[in-house]
Write a protein that binds this ligand. Structure first.
Ligand SMILES: NC(=O)CC[C@H](N)C(=O)O
Length: 225
C-alpha cells in the first residue's frame, strides 16, 4: 500500500509524543510522519494532528509562520485530529478565550470551554467509556491537563453528524461541573468525538502507551473515505 503522510503541527506542545505514538503504531511502515512548521511541509500531508499545548500560543505561532490560512483551508478538506489545545482550535466557537481573543481553525461544529474543568482541577486522570475503538471494553486511562470541556454540539442539519467516541462517567466529573439532575449524556461528559473526517479529544492520548486513538484516527478518519 502507498505511504500516507500524516503531519503533526510542531509549533508548540506535545508533538514529539504524537510522533512516538504513530511510530509505535506503524508496524507495516505505511505512515510517513511529517513535523509541520511551515506551509510547504503542510502541503505534503494527507492528514494532520494538532497537539495539546497552549491554543493561543499555537494560533499565534501559526500566524507568524504563515500557516493560519493554509491550516483553515486544510481542515476544510482533509482529516484533522485536535488533542486538548488542538481540540480548541478545531472547534467552531470557544468560551473563556484569553483577553484579545482566540483564533480558531474550525472544522468541528461544537462550542468548547477553554480550561473548562475549573482552576481547582488543573490535571487529573480518568478511565473513559469508549465507543468504536478497538477493544472498546478495555478501559482507556486518559490524562486531562487544563483540558477544555465540550459545551454544546451544533444541532444544525447543515453539519455532518457527530459520533461520540468517548465519555467520562458522570461520577468522575469534577464537582464544579456537576449540576443537579445532570444526565449521563450531558455534552460535558463528551471527551472524544468525530465529525466527518475530523477527530477531537479533550485529553492527551499521546501521553499513554495505549495507541488506540491514534489507530482510530488512521483507520477511520484517514484511510476509510
Ligand atoms: N493541555 C492542553 O493542551 C491545555 C490547553 C490549554 N488550556 C489551552 O487553552 O490551550
Amino acid at each position: 500500500m502507498a505511504q500516507i503522510a500524516i503531519g503533526i503541527l510542531a509549533l508548540q506542545g506535545a508533538f514529539a509524543e504524537h510522533k512516538a505514538s504513530l511510530h509505535r503504531l506503524d508496524l507495516n511502515r505505511q505512515l510517513n510522519v511529517i513535523l509541520v512548521r511551515n506551509p510547504s511541509e503542510l502541503s505534503l500531508c494527507d492528514a494532520l494532528i494538532i497537539p495539546g499545548g497552549e491554543s493561543t500560543t499555537i494560533a499565534l505561532l501559526a500566524r507568524l509562520a504563515g500557516l493560519l490560512e493554509p491550516l483553515k483551508e486544510f481542515s476544510k478538506t482533509k482529516p484533522v485530529w485536535g488533542t486538548c489545545a488542538g481540540a480548541i482550535l478545531l472547534s467552531e466557537s470557544v468560551v473563556g478565550a484569553k483577553k484579545g481573543g482566540q483564533e480558531l481553525l474550525g472544522g468541528i461544529s461544537i462550542k468548547i470551554a477553554r480550561n473548562g474543568w475549573g482552576s481547582q482541577v488543573e490535571s487529573f486522570e480518568a478511565s473513559l467509556e469508549l465507543n468504536g475503538l478497538r477493544d472498546s471494553t478495555r478501559p482507556f486511562q486518559a490524562f486531562f491537563i487544563r483540558a477544555p470541556v465540550v459545551l454544546e454540539l451544533s444541532s444544525s442539519s447543515d453539519n455532518l453528524p457527530i459520533t461520540i467516541v468517548a465519555r467520562i462517567p458522570l461520577g468522575l466529573l469534577p464537582p464544579s461541573l456537576v449540576e443537579e439532575n445532570m444526565s449521563e449524556d450531558d455534552p460535558r461528559t463528551i471527551v472524544a468525538l468525530r465529525q466527518g473526517r475530523h477527530l477531537l479529544t479533550t485529553f492527551h492520548p499521546e501521553l499513554t502507551e495505549d495507541d488506540r486513538f491514534h489507530e482510530y484516527f488512521v483507520r477511520n478518519c484517514v484511510l476509510s473515505v
